[in-house]
Design a protein around this ligand. Structure first.
Ligand code: PNS
Length: 159
């Protein structure tokens, strides 16, 4: 059985993430999606608990997908859940440099390899950072996020 770990900030989860998890759930026997602390991102909108709540609802229809949170090294979580690989989505060339560097660092310190999956081009502009910014400033992101996130963004930033 091949288990893969899909780590990210997921602040919040959006339709690009969901597409990647659906693809991975077809390719691999087990997918663990984990909301992690990104030490480089101090300005989180949602707590880890809120992010996992959204993810649980989004992935409830996928029997081989589990969700969790973790505050530590992604490779430690990979060992804890028995992941064979880490998976990451690539939206554009701009993602590649930092993702490759993280993949190489993770392989160097643990031997765990990373597999990259491409995002569908119609969703390649989706980024949690931009979704937070647009929602905060009153723009509509309803077509880009699951309903549970859309509702919660309305509660935070709505009139
Ligand atoms: O969605 P993001 O913010 O691009 O995800 C980045 C994330 C959370 C996967 C990355 O910051 C991470 O792996 N954090 C855990 C700490 C860690 O293992 N750091 C070393 C990475 S080489």
């Amino acid at each position: 059985m091949t288990t893969v770990l899909y780590p990210g900030s997921f602040d919040p989860v959006h339709n690009g993430h969901i597409e990647l998890v659906e693809t991975a759930s077809h390719l691999f026997e087990e997918v663990v999606v984990a909301a992690l602390v990104n030490p480089g991102k101090a300005d989180c909108l949602f707590s880890l608990e809120e992010r996992i709540e959204f993810m649980r609802e989004c992935f409830a229809h996928l029997a081989n997908v589990k969700t969790t949170t973790f505050d530590g090294l992604v490779v430690d979580l990979a060992h804890e859940v028995g992941a064979d690989f880490i998976i990451k989505g690539l939206r554009a060339v701009s993602d590649f440099e930092s993702e490759l560097q993280m993949a190489q660092m993770n392989a160097a310190i643990s031997g765990v390899q990373t597999l990259f999956l491409p995002t569908a081009s119609r969703r390649s502009f989706l980024a949690s950072r931009l979704i937070r910014e647009v929602a905060r400033l009153g723009g509509s992101v309803d077509s880009m996020v699951p309903d549970v996130v859309s509702r919660r963004l309305d509660e935070r930033f709505g009139p």
